[in-house]
Design a protein around this ligand. Structure first.
Ligand code: M6P
Ligand code: ZN
Length: 188
């Protein structure tokens, strides 16, 4: 048995950065353009610049059962047409693995769906602890005017399956309606 050294990280509420999270992933609009419904609105934004949509600070942990992957995520405030900035969203490669999100800053929505058509969404605000059970895909959305920051913890061997989202998509979308966020079906 290998005994590993304990360690501690600190999340900055300003940058969203996690000091123990040395693997930074930056997702700009050009890279995640396909997740938004209004492609003309994407093009209109990209004419001027390529904004950061979100950043993830991943803590390097072995991707094996028994370990716990964890990271901080910051989603910038912003919209593409009526649709708020959000993550790509994923299932776990190992479908029978869960995840916990803890919100530290801002206001978000957590969208979840199963492959047999169940849907759910939750409000995330500072102090919110959300549980994503096994078999549910998950995507987070920043619905507020400031950065939305949360911490995630999930099994070491869970893995990210983005392909099933790219082909199947999310049924639920979060749009601004009369100045307020509304969760609706993409087909509505
Ligand atoms: C959360 C976790 C991470 C994930 C990140 C960004 O922090 O679920 O595992 O990478 O959100 O979401 P995505 O990978 O779907 O872009
Ligand atoms: Zn996950």
């Amino acid at each position: 048995m290998e005994t590993r050294q304990p360690f501690t990280g600190q999340v900055s509420l300003g940058s969203g950065g996690l000091t123990s999270g040395s693997n930074l992933v930056v997702r700009r609009l050009s890279e995640v353009r396909g997740i938004f419904a209004d492609q003309a609105a994407v093009e209109a934004i990209l004419v001027a610049n390529d904004p950061v949509v979100y950043k993830v600070w991943n803590v390097p942990v072995p991707e094996v059962s028994g370990e716990l992957q964890h990271c901080s995520t910051l989603i910038m405030p912003g919209r593409v047409g009526p649709e708020y900035f959000m993550t790509k969203g994923h299932y776990h490669v190992r479908r029978d693995t869960a995840e916990v999100y803890v919100c530290l800053r801002g206001e978000g929505r957590l969208l979840m769906e199963t492959e047999d058509g169940r849907r759910d969404w939750q409000v995330m605000k500072p102090g919110t602890v959300s549980y994503i059970p096994p078999y549910w895909s998950h995507r987070t959305v920043n619905v507020g005017p400031e950065p939305f920051v949360f911490v995630s913890v999930y099994p070491g061997d869970a893995g990210h399956d983005y392909g099933s989202i790219e082909t199947g998509g999310f049924a639920q979308v979060v749009v601004e309606r009369a100045g307020r966020p509304a969760v609706k079906l993409r087909t509505e």
